[in-house]
Design a protein around this ligand. Structure first.
Ligand code: GDP
Length: 444
């Protein structure tokens, strides 16, 4: 699932991140491609429209266009919006009610409803140590009842004994009663499916719901059926009322549109994803993980997130301002080294900042790896505040003391001072060009 969409989106966004500066038109052009990719993935038109509008509103803001890493900011915005579209938070099955807690399973025939019922029962038994009873309400297809019994034996979950001639509501009541008497925690009710949505099916599900007051009403929908799955969900929700959706066949090579539009169209969370025929092929649906899989740019996203979390914007802005004025002293450099360390060291920073690309070779030549960063901080820490503000006053004797104090050599101290001068120069230059370079990036 999502392969083709993922390939297209990464292509589009990759091209953006490789450009230094972005204009509003660049962003709009990329968003037109994103829109096409989503439509080709069979995402509902309304959902695509609102998605693109939201991304555009944030991405063409002056803040992004002017930032040092506009492409990466756009990636982050697209990612966040994808997560929102998928439902933001994972929505686990809730058992938070007086037992026996009823879970009503509804859906079309062939969607994977019976298999999913057994999968969930197994998971609740194995992982959550609940005592589960399953009951098939499919009075028209004895084979379906037998199928659930077979699955029950396979996953070691009890099934309600089959009593021929009972209606779905009668079986459901009997299941609840048996669960009360037998001390079960959860009752899973597998309703009958139909080939298409029809009134009799809905009515039956609604009656069972009224009789058992289930805590969860889960629609099982086949993700390979795309928009049909979404329409089915809408119909079931309107008629029966859903608490969540399980998307099956996420292991198939569908285009992913159902998964992507389901939440936005129905307002109901996708709680679980079926990923195979085996009884343990069931996964929690984590919007952020799915979005990462689709974009394939998890590194950039987490880096931008981490930077936003750890960087003190106010401090960084002050440093950027000083750089522009050419007043970048060792106090500032120490602060920058500290921030670099907190967002994943040099590799993280260099990858993140095209603005520093020009300096990259220089930095690499200086062998500025993370150990070096720590050493440099130690050197700066050994200086007096006065020396940090004005390193020119450092005499040979003080350099020796500082080297001793920081466990380094005088050459290291000299190298640091040289590097500071180079940084200050480059930054002053970039500052004059109107773009803040490292400072600008950190100052966002
Ligand atoms: P029901 O008619 O809705 O009860 O559907 P079933 O539970 O009988 O499932 C129909 C078929 O789909 C069976 O062969 C299942 O093994 C298969 N199936 C169910 N869920 C999945 C899934 O997530 N992935 C794959 N590949 N097959 C599934």
């Amino acid at each position: 699932m999502f392969e083709s969409l993922s390939e297209k989106l990464s292509g589009i966004l990759d091209a953006l991140t490789r450009r230094g500066a972005l204009t509003e038109e660049d962003v709009n052009a990329a968003l037109r491609e994103v829109r096409r990719a989503l439509l080709e993935a069979d995402v509902a038109l309304d959902v695509v429209r609102s998605f693109i509008d939201k991304v555009r509103a944030r991405a063409v803001g002056a803040e992004v266009i002017k930032s040092v890493t506009p492409g990466q900011m756009v990636v982050k915005i697209v990612h966040d919006q994808l997560v929102e579209m998928l439902g933001a938070e994972a929505a686990p099955i809730s058992l938070d009610a007086v037992p026996p807690v009823a879970i009503l399973m509804v859906g079309l025939q062939g969607s994977g409803k019976t298999t999913t019922t057994a999968k969930i029962a197994k998971r609740l038994t194995d992982r959550m140590k609940r005592k589960v009873l399953m009951a098939s309400l499919d009075t028209r297809r004895p084979a379906a009842m037998e199928q659930l019994a077979v699955l029950g034996r396979q996953v070691h979950v009890d099934t309600l004994p089959i009593v021929p001639g009972q209606s779905a509501v009668q079986i459901a009541r009997r299941a609840m009663e048996a669960a009360r008497l037998g001390g079960y925690d959860v009752v899973m009710l597998d309703t009958a499916g139909r080939v298409t949505v029809d009134e009799a099916l809905m009515l039956e599900a609604a009656e069972v719901k009224a009789a058992t007051e289930p805590h969860e009403v889960l629609l099982v929908a086949d993700s390979l059926t795309g928009q049909d799955a979404v329409n089915t969900a809408k119909a079931f929700d309107a008629r029966v009322g859903l608490t969540g959706i399980v998307l099956t066949r996420m292991d198939g090579d569908g285009r992913g549109g159902a998964a992507l539009s389901m939440r936005a169209v129905t307002g109901k969370p996708i709680k679980l994803a079926g990923t195979g025929e085996k009884v343990d092929a069931l996964e929690d649906f984590h919007p952020a993980r799915v979005a990462n899989r689709i974009l394939g740019m998890g590194d950039i996203v987490s880096l931008v997130e981490k930077a936003a979390e750890t960087i003190d914007a106010e401090k960084a802005r002050r440093i950027a301002e000083k750089m522009r004025k050419g007043a970048f002293d060792l106090e500032d450099m120490r602060e920058q080294l500290r921030q670099m360390e907190s967002i994943g060291g040099m590799k993280g920073v260099l990858g993140m900042l095209p603005g520093i690309g020009k300096m990259k070779a220089q930095l690499e030549a200086a062998n500025l790896d993370d150990k070096v960063i720590r050493r440099q901080r130690a050197i700066i820490d050994s200086m007096t505040p006065q020396e940090r503000r004005n390193p020119d006053i450092l005499k040979a004797s003080r350099k020796k003391r500082i080297a001793a104090g920081s466990g380094t050599r005088v050459e290291d101290v000299n190298r640091l001072l040289k590097m500071h001068r180079q940084m200050a120069d480059v930054m002053k230059m970039m500052g004059k060009g109107g773009r803040g370079g490292l400072g600008g990036a950190l100052g966002r």
